[in-house]
Design a protein around this ligand. Structure first.
Ligand code: C2O
Ligand code: CU
Length: 508
């Protein structure tokens, strides 16, 4: 079933045709770095803060000298950062003021906003088929009762997520809590979002979209916070970078050209038990890593660059091995919050889970079948065709389960995301050789996305809650997600209907 639902995306760029000449692109490390703008509240009432974001088309400068048509929350590429305190409820009004059709691909941009990393109620989770049409709006309500973490919001509209996010519908959401705020790690001005995406432009500066036969969209320009290969001025002290890979399909392996380590302090779901110092860091789609870089190690005048040692499956271009540069320009103007404690968060209950002989185990097998990417042979079109009843799993509320993700298909890696929950990666088996090895050091924190490499089998453990209802699981290579590597699981019996409980309304 589901033939009528096949997405409209197709290759719009024949073999290099119309791509902006590399000589016309800015030289790496010439465009100044900026953080994304910060969203302001519309109002507060009691424990609730209200925000309003309008998705709209906007012409904006990404490449010097060009105006690029993007779709942005409040017209911003990427969207504004929401800074939120644990325990304060947030309501975000998402207004879809996008044009009625995509400029190249021709589809109607129906949207559904997911707050990735949030244990949201089903009707506020950005369920793919819970769509808001251009000219309508929906209020999303978030309890923010989880621990501090780096979240992000992005579009999740059914079968058009890749192109909607590629056009700019993504932004960061930082949740703070008293534990995090009591630590001597960099905060405030020294706590810096790095939203990394890749893009390709035509000769007039417009975004080009080519899904490479449903494998992935790959740009020849690396953008950090919407700036091509920017250069940031830094002081001689520690900085905390919240790195979000918001690319549609590209994975990265970060490394500093100085040979100094990156110190990972937080994963998708917040602070790790203990920091992990690494020479390079593999970063799949939608994962978040908070990383400390210590610029006190360098003299004033030194330039340090962040490189990308490209993992397999990427389509690479001349400068996709470069990301951004840091110019050390001044001594530290503040040395408070300039250290990394050896214990960060010892209290995360997910990290304390361990399987027993009676822990239920389920397998999710990732396979490409008749051109579509599937999970246990199912696609999202199958879910739609079933009237949203078909599910890959039905864990009881608060059940602890082990899920084994098998990527036996070969040829691709899949960054798999499970909605609602945080999980602990238990181990990984390569090439079905029966040997389970511990997760990589940067994966030893609570997560909601796990990189499942070619021929790998990854085991994770989680607890299903705190809400009942239907939630999605999918590959976060957004082209795979749209084509159609997404399914759902139901937690407990009942729960809110994610589609009909909170209908989108026409603009007033
Ligand atoms: Cu970040 Cu279901 O997505
Ligand atoms: Cu995938």
């Amino acid at each position: 079933g589901g033939a009528l639902l096949l997405p409209l995306e197709r290759s719009v760029l024949a073999a290099g045709q119309n791509r902006m000449a590399e000589s016309a692109l800015p030289a790496p490390f010439t465009v100044p770095f900026t953080p994304p703008p910060v969203a302001s509240k519309v109002r507060s009432e009691g424990i609730t803060d209200y925000y309003s974001l309008t998705m709209r088309e906007q012409a904006t400068q990404i490449l010097p000298g060009y105006q690029t048509r993007i779709w942005g929350y409040n017209g911003s590429f990427p969207g504004p950062t929401l800074d939120v305190q644990q325990g304060r409820e947030v309501v975000v009004r998402q207004i879809n003021s996008l044009p009625s059709t995509h400029p190249i691909l021709g589809y109607t941009p129906t949207t559904s906003t997911h707050l990735h990393g949030s244990a949201s109620l089903p009707q506020f989770d950005g369920y793919a088929s819970d769509v808001t049409y251009p000219g309508s709006w929906k209020d999303y309500r978030y309890p923010n009762s989880q621990g501090s973490r780096t979240l992000w919001y992005h579009d999740h509209g059914v079968h058009h997520t890749a192109s909607n996010v590629y056009m700019g519908l993504a932004g960061m959401y930082r949740m703070h809590d008293p534990l995090e705020q009591s630590l001597p790690i960099p905060q405030g001005y020294y706590d810096v979002p790095l939203i990394v995406t890749d893009a390709m432009f035509d000769a007039t500066g417009q975004l080009l979209y080519d899904d490479n036969d449903q494998s992935g969209v790959f740009g020849d320009v690396i953008l950090v916070n919407g700036r091509p290969w920017p250069v940031m001025k830094v002081e001689r002290r520690k900085y905390r970078f919240r790195i979000l890979n918001a690319s549609v399909a590209r994975s990265y392996r970060w490394q500093l050209d100085s040979g100094e380590p990156l110190v990972v302090i937080a994963t998708d779901a917040g602070l790790m038990t203990a920091p992990q110092s690494v020479k390079s860091l593999l970063h799949g789609n939608a994962e978040r890593y908070e990383v400390i870089i210590d610029f006190a190690k360098y003299a004033i005048g030194r330039r340090v660059t962040l490189r990308n040692l490209s993992p397999k499956n990427n389509v690479d271009y001349t400068n996709t091995n470069k990301v951004m540069a840091f110019d050390v320009v001044a001594k530290a103007s503040s040395i408070s919050h300039n250290s990394i404690p050896s214990v960060l968060n010892p209290y995360n209950h997910i990290m304390a889970l361990t399987p027993t002989d009676t822990t239920p185990t389920r397998t999710m097998a990732l396979v490409r079948q008749s051109g579509e990417w599937t999970i246990n042979g199912q696609t999202w079109a199958d879910v739609v065709a079933s009237g949203y009843t078909r599910a890959l799993a039905n864990p009881a509320l608060n059940a602890v389960e082990v899920w084994e993700i098998h990527n036996d298909s070969g040829g691709w890696h899949h960054p798999m995301h499970i909605h609602l929950v945080d999980f602990k990666v238990l181990d990984r088996e390569f090439d079905r050789n029966g040997v389970r090895v511990p997760p990589r050091p940067p994966e030893r924190g609570a997560k909601d996305v796990v990189y499942v490499g070619e021929n790998e089998r990854v085991r994770l453990i989680t607890q299903f809650g705190p809400h009942r209802g239907r939630y999605m699981i999918h590959c976060h290579n957004l082209v795979h997600e749209d084509h159609d590597m997404m399914g759902q699981f139901t937690v407990g019996e009942g729960g809110y209907d994610p589609i009909t409980t909170a209908p989108a309304r026409p603009l007033p």
